[in-house]
Write a protein that binds this ligand. Structure first.
Ligand SMILES: Nc1ncnc2c1ncn2[C@@H]1O[C@H](COP(=O)(O)OP(=O)(O)OC[C@H]2O[C@@H]([n+]3cccc(C(=O)O)c3)[C@H](O)[C@@H]2O)[C@@H](O)[C@H]1O
Ligand SMILES: Nc1ncnc2c1ncn2[C@@H]1O[C@H](COP(=O)(O)OP(=O)(O)OP(=O)(O)O)[C@@H](O)[C@H]1O
Ligand SMILES: NC(=O)CC[C@H](N)C(=O)O
Length: 586
């Protein structure tokens, strides 16, 4: 039985950075070669980054991706790495963009994988199953492939597949069984969602059984606007045994020796293997010889607690947004409350205290603890702490304009927003906004006030999860013997916007323990009024909450982007009309 040493490169590409991404492929192929690899795998759309969205429609971008691929093949050979077969995702096209006037049926942009060897592109594969739900819009961009590419190398037949191909039965994996392959490669740009890793392994196992072959699954890591990729690359044997699995949220080179059945000559070039899939055969002559001794193999990674997983996702999502958009630092308002404290702690974990500015912006309604808790947070995390009282500016405004009630409440939030944006303009920081998912759902924020900002790290985090994260982060610090970042006071106090005397969130909203389950059913679960009541929620509370959610669509539509961690984040996952007369309670 032949053995192949596989190297799965769990790397962090940047969208649009063709040169930088090709550089990553060269550097990691060198590392893989140094580990004795015989086949190297990179994620989906590695060369372009993922997802590239409407850049697909730009012919200049498609041409640049194609040129970068050819150049990369030559550069790898020039690096002395030509013998080592490398699979890399890229953007290809065999016709004009789908939306153009000169579009041709069955041709267009392709979400593609290439196998590079001895300076050449020796095989390509076009993604067959295109995801078109949630955040994905791949029917808008790509034409599905109708060929299963099988490459013979080192005496083994290897089929190439891309991400969504794994999520559907009866497609390329069924075809791979007909072709009698020993290994199916699956390259991914699979975004993080809480609990997705629990689905992924059983899925890979099911496909390994369907193909009757081992599966090498490689996923990228890193943040890309709202998305964060977690890695979780793995190799699973044909009997479902997990041979090796990479840690989440970090770059990682996963190297493993896999015993694979010898090629069988099942299936002919051009043969129909499954519905809509014919076989294409390629042979790669001469790969590096089997290295002596077993590969230096990492262990199997144990699953971590939900809070640990989400925290890492939020830290990576923020760090990559800041770094990839080249911000030197971030700024946020510190109210002493839990939301700003958690965002500050995430920011410090992502960037270090010296790149986080926290500003206390007290008004006449601010409690003493709002300042002392903010100062305590700053001391614990080492962030750059400042105090900018807002009352003189609010008073000047009120001396020139007659305002009352909510207009005065919101003026305070807006003066804070103006100050944070001024600091951003003056010093170059990215402004972080701190509204959690519960607040976004019910519209509990001031437009152009506390919602001001360029990125919201907790946009997809329910308030009850914000508290759990805070407690987990502090416990983790204690376990590691370091100072917990979040003041206990901020965790324990009742939430308040402090925009009017004695104001509490509970004056306007149900308790978050009551509110969040209703929101989860309505937003994440798309339940209607009757479904929520059947789940045991109080009809009057349901009616109030649904009304608030429905009428806050306009606020969400202009809200800052933030890291997606759930299966339904506000934004692309949930698209509703703003102008909408449909109400669940008539
Ligand atoms: N369909 C629609 N399409 C586009 N725009 C629409 C709109 N409906 C209203 N609007 C606009 O939105 C305005 C109302 O929204 P907005 O000005 O935000 O004001 P509003 O939502 O009435 O008040 C904000 C509430 O959020 C609370 N809050 C909670 C938590 C934190 C904070 C904080 O600031 O720290 C505040 C605050 O206490 C207050 O009760 C209207 O005056 C109108 O201009
Ligand atoms: N006194 C303040 N100083 C600085 N920033 C403030 C102040 N009050 C409010 N903010 C900003 O506005 C945001 C929204 O306020 P909000 O009261 O909703 O959140 P919080 O105080 O962090 O948490 P909680 O809702 O649990 O009290 C805060 O997170 C903070 O960024
Ligand atoms: N890039 C893709 O095809 C991703 C789709 C897939 N269902 C996933 O989330 O893993």
């Amino acid at each position: 039985m032949p053995t192949l040493r596989l190297a799965l490169c769990q790397v962090n590409p940047s969208v649009g950075d063709l040169t930088g991404n090709a550089g990553l492929v060269r550097a990691w192929t060198r590392r893989a070669a140094d580990s004795g690899a015989q086949l190297v795998l990179f994620p989906e759309m590695m060369l372009t980054g993922y997802p590239v969205e409407d850049l697909v429609f730009r012919r200049s971008f498609v041409a640049a991706s194609q040129a970068a691929l050819t150049r990369l093949a030559a550069d790898l050979a020039a690096d002395g790495l030509g013998d080592l077969p490398v699979v890399v995702g890229y953007l290809d096209a065999d016709g004009p963009p789908q939306v153009s006037a000169d579009a041709e049926p069955g041709r267009g942009a392709r979400n593609a994988a290439a196998l590079l060897h001895r300076g050449e592109v020796v095989a390509t594969y076009f993604k067959h199953h295109l995801p078109n739900y949630g955040v994905f819009d791949e029917d808008r961009y790509f034409v599905p492939g109708d060929m299963l590419t099988v490459v013979r190398l080192g005496g083994v037949d290897v089929a190439l597949t891309i991400c969504e191909d794994l999520w559907q039965a009866g497609g390329p994996f069924a075809a791979a069984r007909r072709a009698g392959v020993g290994l199916v490669v699956n390259i991914n740009g699979s975004p993080y969602e809480l609990n997705k890793d629990d689905l992924r392994l059983p899925l890979v196992r099911r496909r390994a059984a369907e193909a009757g072959a081992a599966v090498a699954y490689v996923n990228m890591i890193g943040g890309q606007d709202e998305l964060v990729f977690e890695g979780d690359s793995m190799i699973v044997a044909s009997d479902g045994t997990v041979l090796t699995r990479a840690p989440q949220f970090v770059t990682h080179l996963l190297v493993h020796d896999v015993d694979l059945p010898a090629a069988t000559d099942a299936g002919d070039d051009g043969e129909q293997l499954a519905e809509g899939l014919r076989m294409v055969r390629r042979t790669v002559e001469g790969i590096p010889p089997s290295p002596p001794g077993p590969a230096a193999v990492g262990g199997l990674i144990e699953p971590v607690a939900d809070e640990a997983e989400v925290w890492q996702a939020l830290v990576l999502g923020l760090r990559d947004y800041v770094e990839k958009n080249r911000f030197p630092s971030v700024v946020l308002g510190l109210s002493g409350g839990i939301d700003s404290a958690v965002v500050a702690a995430i920011a410090v974990d992502a960037l270090g205290g010296d790149r986080v500015v926290g500003v206390s912006l007290p008004s006449q309604h601010s409690s003493e603890h709002s300042r002392s808790d903010a100062a305590d947070l700053a001391k614990r995390t080492g962030l750059d702490y400042r105090v900018e009282p807002i009352q003189p500016m609010v008073d000047t405004f009120l001396a020139n304009m007659s305002l009352s009630g909510v207009a005065v409440e919101n003026l305070q939030a807006r003066v804070r927003g103006v100050i944070l944006m001024a600091l951003s303009n003056q010093e170059g920081h990215l402004v972080l906004t701190t509204g959690n998912k519960s607040e976004l759902a019910v519209g509990y924020s001031t437009l152009y006030g506390d919602s001001v900002g360029g990125f919201n790290p907790i946009k997809d985090v329910w308030k009850t999860l914000v508290w759990r994260l805070a407690k987990w982060r502090n416990t983790e610090a204690t376990r590691l013997g370091v100072t917990p970042p979040i003041p206990e006071n901020s965790i324990g106090k009742p939430p308040s916007a402090e925009l009017s005397p004695g104001q509490l969130d509970s004056d306007s909203l149900p308790d978050y323990d009551v509110l969040d389950p209703i929101l989860i059913g309505y937003v994440d679960g798309d339940l209607g009024r009757e479904g929520l009541i059947a789940d045991g929620h109080d009809p009057a509370v349901v009616d109030k909450v649904l009304r608030m959610v429905d009428t806050a669509e306009y606020k969400r539509r202009q809200s800052a982007p933030g890291t997606k961690i759930s299966m339904k984040a506000f934004g692309r996952d949930r698209r509703l009309p703003i102008t909408n007369r449909w109400r669940e309670n008539g």
